[in-house]
Write a protein that binds this ligand. Structure first.
Ligand SMILES: *Cc1c(COP(=O)(O)O)cnc(C)c1O
Length: 360
């Protein structure tokens, strides 16, 4: 069977070139006579792999020297606790913008450790937009403001960062990391589970300003203290070795494409192909206000649940898989991360046109 176009929200497609390199090195990595999966994380070969991965990530994201890059476990969901445990220790307060389920989970978890406050929410319209805020909306004593930059389920994205003044800004970038350039210096902490744009599930990338490390609450478990991992080069315990190796291959793939500027052009073009079609379709329509649309996750509906289900089933049979939308939005969602080729989006749109003609 041929490879399908996988529109899954995560885990999602990896670049075919990366998979082929990994397959070629599966049994013997370099001259080691063993797979990376079998290698000691304390070996000099593995040390080179993790160091190179970090160096390449720093290079493509242009990460300043005063930021630590950590390769952790537990997914983005563990960061929902780790961020408050480490950062909420000054005034025990944090502000949240609720733009969907992930943002809400981050808020609820933080509320277990301190004063978490909702500053704005788009729940009133099924999170189909990004709420507007001004600097005055935020508590100047807050230890941080948390946002979810790209809302995987609802297909919205902060195209402009909220003005939070001097308050440290923390962002969950799980579903938009490496999709376009980002000014790391505007953030206190950035974190992302790998399984959308970086690697298989299992590694979580944390980029944190160094001066914010070392202030964790007393109750913080050793493994949830950023200092533990920063002091040990992400090797306090066994890291997710193989995931980090694949992430390294993905970083090299992005460098070869020309970096994040080039990645952004490709991603914007892919998204435009799909949104242009949706905006002109008589059958399908996008669910998000145009100005806040994500270029990674594109939810759409026909307005008829039976027709939605028929579309998802026929698309699957034609090799376009995982198009069913999240249960809270219904309809469909096409996740078009970095590894989705432009050709996959063009072919999906052709398929949608045909479906529209047959079902209008
Ligand atoms: C997928 C996702 C998560 C959850 O990630 P896990 O690694 O499964 O914990 C959190 N936030 C966003 C924005 C996501 O897309």
């Amino acid at each position: 069977m041929a490879r399908v176009y996988n529109f899954s929200a995560g885990p999602s497609m990896l670049p075919e070139e990366v998979l082929k390199t990994a397959a070629g090195e599966m049994l013997e990595y370099g001259a080691t006579g063993q797979s990376v999966m079998e290698m000691s994380h304390r070996s000099k070969e593995y040390d080179a792999i993790i160091k190179q991965a970090e160096a390449d990530l720093r290079d493509i994201m242009n990460i300043p020297e005063n930021y630590e890059v950590l390769f952790l476990q537990g997914g983005a969901s563990t960061q929902f606790a780790m961020v408050p445990l480490n950062l909420m220790s000054r005034n025990n307060k944090a502000d949240f913008i609720i733009t969907g389920q992930w943002a809400n989970k981050a808020y609820k978890e933080a509320a277990r450790y301190g004063n978490a406050r909702v500053v704005a929410s788009s729940e009133d319209k099924t999170y189909s937009y990004i709420p507007k805020t001004t600097a005055e909306d935020f508590d100047r004593d807050a230890d941080y403001v948390h946002i979810c930059m790209n809302n995987t389920i609802y297909g919205t994205k902060f195209h402009e960062l909220p003005d939070v003044g001097d308050i440290p800004l923390v962002a969950d970038i799980s579903s938009c990391i490496l999709s376009e350039p980002i000014d790391v210096s505007k953030f206190a902490v950035l974190y992302a589970g790998a399984q959308k744009n970086v690697a298989p599930a299992g590694v979580t990338i944390v980029i944190i300003r160094k001066d914010l490390i070392g202030n964790a609450m007393g109750i913080t478990p050793t493994m949830l203290n950023y200092k533990t991992h920063a002091d040990n080069g992400s090797m306090f315990n066994t890291p997710p070795c193989y995931c980090i190796y694949i992430a390294g291959l993905v970083f090299k793939w992005i460098k070869k494409i020309g970096g994040l500027g080039e990645m952004k052009k490709i991603n914007e073009n892919k998204a435009k192909i799909l949104y242009d079609f949706l905006d002109n379709s008589k059958l399908f329509k996008g669910t998000v206000v145009p100005e806040d649309r994500s270029i990674m996750n594109v939810p759409f509906v026909t307005g008829n649940e039976e027709l939605d289900a028929k579309f998802v089933a026929e698309a699957k049979a034609a090799g376009f898989v995982n198009l069913k939308g999240h249960r809270s939005v219904g309809g469909m969602r096409a996740s078009i991360y970095n590894a989705m080729p432009t050709e996959g989006v063009i072919k999906l749109v052709e398929f949608m046109k045909k479906f529209e003609e047959e079902n209008a």
